[in-house]
Ligand binder design. Structure first.
Ligand SMILES: Cc1cc2nc3c(=O)[nH]c(=O)nc-3n(C[C@H](O)[C@H](O)[C@H](O)COP(=O)(O)OP(=O)(O)OC[C@H]3O[C@@H](n4cnc5c(N)ncnc54)[C@H](O)[C@@H]3O)c2cc1C
Length: 378
């Protein structure tokens, strides 16, 4: 089959790889220029690593990232609320949790594909009939294929044509992310997430003594801090958060700090229309609270490629893909939003109560939240 893919993010590259490995010809169109991957890390949980194993890149992802993170969830003052050691995941789920730089992940997927996306090319429209799909590109050319995959992210143009009235929902907080060099021994066994009142800070290790961190703050949408002021702004916001948090911020150049408001998508009426399918954030953008948005996109890719290949019939294969994925992933979107509401409690009293509850939560109960997602195999 000739398969057209809009978007070369995690979803687009993974589905291209999964389809190419099954003998299909793929064409990837990417609006951005090459090497525009964001300077941040990503956590890939065991469910995603097992899906990446099926794509043949699980080994190189493992060796290019870090795993075995000791720490957990802490209060803003550094008190341990829930202990977590991801070293146990390998034994429990058959794969580790890997933290990897996004640019490194993207390079691994591109190398495995041994094919470049067509960059600086936006998919502007499409038409379809029973024989195939015609896609219109921003360079005024048209291309034809058997299947169009909209892996074009949370603002998916294809989804907006289907559902112009459905828009992403603001989650009530903004997120800053950065990567810096910082001696890992200074963090020791205190990796993970720190919770305050309406503020959170996450610290994860990358290779070569680099650190990927994120910070969130509850606030109205669209209040962006000028890039050169971000470090000072965050140093002020997180000034009294123990020793590591301000030190990590101080080690990050302001110009290297990204800010994005956090949105997710309400459940869509459908993800497929005959020969066109949505995949990844285009179908189910979620808040980052479970670290599953990218992981679920990787799972989608494997399921979609298997389904269209097994049926050798695009509409039937896409029906199977939707059946396997839609309600399953939408439940994760809901769970992620709920966790965000609890972890992001705004007032001091509420957040103190939350911390007390978390501290007394039996370890089994906190694991139960994640267990079915991490154990999932596609
Ligand atoms: C703060 C934060 C932290 C996160 N942490 C994690 C984590 O730890 N673990 C995890 O699994 N997930 C995490 N996520 C979620 C994860 O980043 C996303 O779910 C994932 O990147 C989605 O990939 P995607 O390919 O579907 O979309 P995108 O990465 O948005 O890629 C879409 C691509 O399509 C291109 N495009 C858009 N429109 C067009 C068009 N019309 N034509 C051609 N190209 C187009 C875009 O340029 C882009 O390259 C996090 C998200 C945020 C915001």
């Amino acid at each position: 089959m000739e398969i057209l893919i809009s978007g070369a993010g995690i979803a687009g590259l993974c589905v291209a790889l999964a389809l190419k490995q099954r003998g299909h010809t793929v064409h990837i169109y990417e609006r951005a220029k090459p090497h525009s991957s964001v300077g941040a890390g990503i956590s890939l949980w065991p469910n995603a690593i097992k899906a990446l194993d099926q794509l043949g890149v699980g080994g190189v992802v493992r060796s290019s990232g870090t795993s075995n993170l000791s720490g957990g969830i802490f209060s803003a003052t550094g008190r341990l609320l829930i202990a977590e050691d991801t070293a146990a995941n390998d034994a429990r789920y058959g794969a580790p949790t890997v933290i990897i730089h996004r640019a490194v992940l993207s390079d691994i997927l591109l190398n495995a594909l041994s094919q470049q996306p067509q960059y600086n090319t936006t998919v502007t429209d499409y038409t379809q009939d029973s024989n195939g799909v015609t896609v219109y590109l921003s360079n005024n050319t048209t291309v034809h294929g058997d299947l169009l995959i909209g892996a074009d992210g949370i603002h998916s143009a294809i989804r907006q044509v289907w559902f112009p009235h459905i828009t992403p929902r603001y989650a009530g907080y903004t997120a800053w992310r950065g990567v810096c060099y910082f001696d890992h021994n200074r963090v020791g066994t205190r990796w993970g997430e720190w919770l305050g009142a309406g503020q959170r800070f996450g610290i994860t290790p990358l290779k070569n003594d680099a650190i990927y961190w994120y910070a969130t703050q509850n606030q109205p949408a669209n209040q962006f801090i000028a890039i050169n002021d971000r470090q000072a702004h965050l140093l002020h916001l997180f000034a009294d958060w123990g020793v590591q948090v301000p030190a990590i911020l101080a080690a990050t150049a302001s110009a290297a700090i990204m800010q994005h408001d956090i949105y997710d998508l309400p459940a869509l009426p459908y993800w497929i229309d005959n020969r066109v399918a949505l995949l990844g954030d285009a179908a189910h953008a979620m808040t980052p609270n479970l670290g599953q948005g990218g992981c679920q996109a990787i799972e989608d890719a494997v399921v979609l490629a298997k389904a269209v290949t097994t049926f050798n019939d695009v509409p039937a294969g896409l029906q199977t893909y939707q059946l396997a994925r839609k309600s399953y992933v939408e439940a994760i979107v809901t769970k992620s939003r709920q966790i965000g509401a609890v972890f992001g409690i705004n007032n001091r009293w509420g957040s103190a109560m939350r911390n007390l509850l978390l501290r007394h939560l039996p370890p089994k109960m906190s694991q139960q939240q994640l267990h079915p997602i991490l154990a999932h195999e596609v």
